[in-house]
Structures are given as structure tokens and as C-alpha cells.
Design a protein around this ligand. Structure first.
Ligand code: NG1
Ligand code: ZN
Length: 551
């Protein structure tokens, strides 16, 4: 029928690349941009099917995040604004690897039947498409649109260049029935930031006025968007570098959160002039954030303030508000609601951060790498804070808890407006508005870090001293087949190949405070090795010897 011929004719324009097998990994599909046309077209089809199936707005983001500028990728944002439902991932793989139009159409028909997707095109559904600043993005957006419009009733809405978290935010907002444009995102961020600043005990310290933050935009979309956000903020001085404008540097080349976190050196255009200043780095699509300090004029080494430390800062602040709130007693002398606060990390979290968080009495759990796992776990709490060490993370508030907070603010403002409890409830609500509820978001992350530092009256040095990172080393080993390594227990134990875990353990016990694990990357053809120990030399040596076992 109509649908079938539509698919056959459009797919014949997007022949798949020969001899490559693509897989929808932790970050969707990622590859050299030159081979992605057919994949992106097919993910367009998938997104359209998902939209019809859920009768909701779906998002498509074209980005390869922190990877090199010649790469690109595509991922799907589900109706909640989160990652594509995991039970659709195998279908994504199957579609991407279909040999020819006939097979593709057959696979789609089979899936549609299986999932009982009603493809009558009667009710139209919308797919929001956005891309980062990669030059290949423009033609890939076209391919995505062709895929989308091959499904009857599916309509693509091109939002141009956005950060990844912005797109996820838009999808989430649209499915809540809000008519939003991308300016609403900036309005919500700036007004909730203002709200937090207004609630600082004793107001902003006068010395804060010329206390600046310098942000490395990775020569990508984040720098550009931050420039815009800045114009809507008061009481925060931000200098943006590597904003990607005016023919400056190359995306992610010697810049950005991934570079800074892995290499632990200053990014391009930072140097001796920045000694002691609060600096931050975004990644190429602005969903990761790390801070850093340049400690001395004579070296390009930095003190990294990573995702674990951002997590710790957020946790302290949230915990403080909760303990203020818990002093609120109702007329019967009861505190009527105990908020469940949970912290979610991965095995890459620095051991010192986990120790610190546990010491604060917080509940810490571990999931495998990949935001979808952390996000899912964090969503089990009233307030769930998750972060990957590399700077991807956010704070999730349950709807139930938000409703409770809202009623508290009304009740409290009747009886005790201006009370500490009232303010704490307002702060938590402002945090829930500021921090992206869909995915990790570097721009909202920067604003929350800045608001909390002002609230605490802390310098970046004071924040960095919360605990001292254990020395660590991360290596990657190129392998023929990364699927040979299979892990369990939140990736801390390798169950295959046989004997590899025992050999790793035998190395690890040689080092005081040693901890080491291996896992296959979900985004590159490598096995990653992570090691931690009491000295840098020991961590390096442990990582190297385990890398040799993998090779
Ligand atoms: P892989 O390649 O699976 O390790 C990397 C990061 C993840 C996550 C994804 C998605 C590390 C060790 N891994 O995944 O945390 O950010 O990329 O971009 O940083
Ligand atoms: Zn990213």
C-alpha cells in the first residue's frame, strides 16, 4: 500500500555503508559522519514509529558529543525527555544494519505488527530534530527528516542548533502539554537561578561582584548558548572562551570537558593568567560539565573538580535543605514526610568521593556506565542525584515529592512566611526548575554550582577540599572484538574471558588502596581500564599491568 511504497522509494536513496556493523550504544549511533546518512535516515523512521506508538512528541539529536569533529551520531529522546526505551534498542540495531530497501521494509512491517503500531496516519505526531555545530549536521538533519516523513502522519520539526539537554528538555516540556520555544528554556534557567540567589542567607557577598567564572565552550554549541544565557543573568560574571565563533578553534580539539577530565591539563586559550580562578569546561554538546583550577603559572597541569565533586556539592546543599525542612513539625508534633534521598554513581567514581558521601550518611548505589542506567536508578528516589565522573549528571525530583513540596510552601507561607523551612522548600523547588529533569545538562549545572557556591560562600578551592581524590588512571586498549569482555556487578567484575578477573585481582592486591576494573566501551572499539591507588605511580602501574592482560 501507500506506506510500503513510500518507504521503498525513500530508502532507495539511502544505501547503507558496506562492511560496517552499527550498534545503538550508550550514546546512540556514533561513527565517522561520512557513513551515517543511511543510519540517520533509518533512525528517523524509528523515531517516527516511536512517536506513533506512544502518541507523544519524540526527539532526535544529531551529535557526537565530545568525539572529534569529523564524527557524528544520532540518538533518540523518549517522551519523558530521557533516553530511548531500552526495549527498542535491538530494533534500532536491526534497522541500521538492514541490507537493502526490501529487507528494511520487511523488518519495519514485522516490528509494526509486533508492537501493534497503528500506522494509519490518522493522527499526526511530531518529532523534534536538533543538531550540534558539526558541519556534517546539516545534511544529516535532512536525512533524518526524510526518514521521518516516510512514516504516514509523522511530522519533523527542525529546531536547528541546540545543546543535547535543550532538545531533551523541549521534548519533555512538550509532552507535559507546554507550548515551549527554546527561549523558554533560558527563561526557566535564569529565573530559577535568580530565585536561588534571592534566597541566599544575608544576600550576595559584595566581594562576589567581580568574582568571575571562566568557561571553556569546547568550540561547540554550549559556548554559543551560554553567551545567550549570560545576557539574562544578574549577579554572575561569566567569561566564555572557545565559544566556537569567529573561526576560532576546532570542536573538541584540545578543549572541552572530556579533554580536561582525561588529560588533566588546561584547555587551549587557558594558561598562567587563570591561576586560582574558577574555571569550567563543557563538552561538545553541553551535556557534560567539569570545573578546574590552574594551580601554578609554571605548568599546564590542572586541579580537576570533576563530576563526583559536583555531585558532592549538590548532595551537601540538598541535604542541608532537607534537614532544615525536617525541623518542621506539624500540629500533632509529627514530621509528616521523610524525603528519600539517593546518590547514584558508576565504578568510575573516585573511591574518595564514595567514601565521603557515605560518611555524610547518604545512600550510595552503583549502576553500569551510561546515563540511562544512572537515570533509571535515580528516578526511584524522591530526590535522586546521579553523576558520572566525567561530568554528566543531574538531580531528579519525583512528581510526588514536588507536589508535597508545593503544598508545604503554601502551608508554610500561611503560618510562617519567611521561616527557614519555607525558604528551604522554595530552594528545593527552584533547584527542580533549574536542573534539567531529562538528562545531564552543563548549562543548568553551571548555574546550580554557581548558586550553591554563593549560598555557601565558598571559593572553588574550598569546594575542592571537600575530599581529596585518590590518584587514578584510565587507559584504553584497542581490540578486535570488545564484546569478548562481559562484565557484571555494575561492571566491576569481568566474567569473560575466563581468568581475566582473577589476573586483575592478583595485580590489584599488590597496591595499597588499589581498585581496578575493565569493561568494553559502549561508544568506541576499545576495552577501558580504570585503576586507582594511593599514589599516581601506583595507579599508573596498576592500569598498565592490567592493560597488558587485556591486550
Ligand atoms: P563508554 O565509551 O561506554 O565508556 C563513554 C563514557 C560514559 C558516557 C558515554 C556516552 C567514560 C569512562 N565513559 O562511554 O560515561 O558518557 O561515553 O557519551 O567516561
Ligand atoms: Zn556530550
Amino acid at each position: 500500500e501507500e506506506q510500503r511504497s513510500l518507504l521503498l522509494s525513500s530508502s532507495s536513496r539511502f544505501p547503507p555503508p558496506q562492511g560496517v556493523k552499527l550498534s545503538y550504544g550508550t550514546a546512540g549511533f556514533r561513527a565517522d559522519a561520512s557513513i551515517l546518512q543511511s543510519t540517520v535516515y533509518r533512525v528517523g523512521i524509528l523515531a517516527a514509529l516511536r512517536a506513533v506508538n506512544t502518541q507523544s512528541v519524540i526527539g532526535l539529536m544529531i551529535t557526537a558529543s565530545h568525539n572529534k569533529v569529523s564524527d557524528n551520531g544520532i540518538k533518540v529522546a523518549d517522551p519523558s525527555g530521557g533516553m530511548l526505551s531500552q526495549d527498542w534498542e535491538p530494533f534500532a540495531d536491526t534497522l541500521a544494519n538492514a541490507r537493502d530497501p526490501e529487507q528494511l521494509v520487511h523488518l519495519i512491517a514485522e516490528f509494526v505488527e509486533n508492537k501493534k503500531i497503528a500506522l494509519d496516519g490518522a493522527k499526526s505526531v511530531e518529532i523534534l530534530v536538533a543538531r550540534d555545530t558539526r558541519p556534517s549536521g546539516e545534511s544529516l538533519v535532512e536525512a533524518a527528516k526524510q526518514g521521518i516523513s516516510s512514516i504516514l502522519g509523522a511530522v519533523a520539526h527542525d529546531l536547528g542548533i541546540l545543546t543535547t539537554p535543550q532538545l531533551h528538555w523541549m521534548v519533555r516540556a512538550r509532552n507535559k502539554g507546554l507550548k515551549v520555544s527554546d527561549i523558554d528554556y533560558f527563561k526557566q534557567l535564569s529565573s530559577s537561578f535568580r530565585c536561588l540567589v534571592d534566597l541566599i542567607p544575608g544576600g550576595i557577598h559584595p566581594s562576589d561582584v567581580d568574582d568571575k567564572l571562566v568557561v571553556d565552550g569546547a568550540n561547540g554549541v554550549g559556548g554559543e548558548k551560554l553567551e545567550l544565557l549570560k545576557t539574562m543573568l544578574n549577579g554572575l560574571v561569566i567569561e566564555t572562551r572557545n565559544s566556537g565563533k569567529g573561526g576560532g578553534g576546532v570542536l573538541n580539539e584540545g578543549v572541552g570537558a572530556d579533554y580536561v577530565q582525561k588529560e588533566k591539563v588546561v584547555p587551549c586559550s587557558f594558561g598562567p593568567q587563570d591561576v586560582g580562578i574558577r574555571c569550567a569546561s563543557l563538552d561538545g554538546d553541553a551535556d557534560r560539565l567539569v570545573y578546574f583550577i590552574v594551580p601554578s603559572r609554571s605548568s599546564n597541569k590542572i586541579e580537576l573538580v570533576d563530576g563526583d565533586k559536583i555531585l558532592s556539592l549538590f548532595a551537601i546543599f540538598i541535604k542541608e535543605q532537607l534537614s532544615i525542612l525536617s525541623k518542621e513539625i506539624d500540629v500533632n508534633g509529627n514530621n509528616d514526610y521523610q524525603c528519600r534521598l539517593g546518590i547514584v554513581q558508576t565504578a568510575y567514581a573516585n573511591g574518595a568521593s564514595t567514601d565521603y558521601l557515605k560518611q555524610l550518611g547518604l545512600e550510595v548505589t552503583f549502576t553500569p556506565t551510561g546515563v540511562k542506567h544512572l537515570h533509571e536508578k535515580a528516578a526511584e528516589y524522591d530526590i535522586g542525584i546521579y553523576f558520572e565522573a566525567n561530568g554528566h549528571g543531574t538531580i531528579l525530583f519525583s512528581e510526588h515529592y514536588l507536589r508535597w513540596l508545593e503544598t508545604r510552601t503554601t502551608v508554610l507561607s500561611d503560618v510562617a512566611k519567611g521561616s527557614e523551612q519555607h525558604k528551604a522548600a522554595l530552594r528545593l523547588l527552584a533547584v527542580s526548575e533549574l536542573i534539567n529533569q531529562a538528562v545531564g545538562d552543563a548549562l543548568s549545572g553551571v548555574l546550580l554550582v554557581e548558586a550553591i557556591l554563593k549560598h555557601m560562600g565558598w571559593s572553588i578551592q574550598r569546594w575542592n577540599e571537600l575530599y581529596q581524590d585518590l590518584p587514578s588512571r584510565q587507559l584504553k586498549v584497542k581490540v578486535m572484538d570488545r564484546t569478548a569482555v562481559v562484565t557484571e556487578n555494575a561492571e566491576t567484575v569481568a566474567v569473560t574471558p575466563p581468568g581475566i578477573q582473577e589476573a586483575t585481582n592478583a595485580e590489584t592486591v599488590k597496591y595499597p588502596r588499589g581498585r581496578c576494573f575493565i569493561r568494553p566501551s559502549g561508544t568506541e572499539d576499545v576495552i577501558r581500564v580504570y585503576a586507582e591507588a594511593s599514589t599516581q605511580n601506583a595507579a599508573d602501574s596498576l592500569a598498565n599491568s592490567v592493560a597488558k592482560l587485556v591486550d
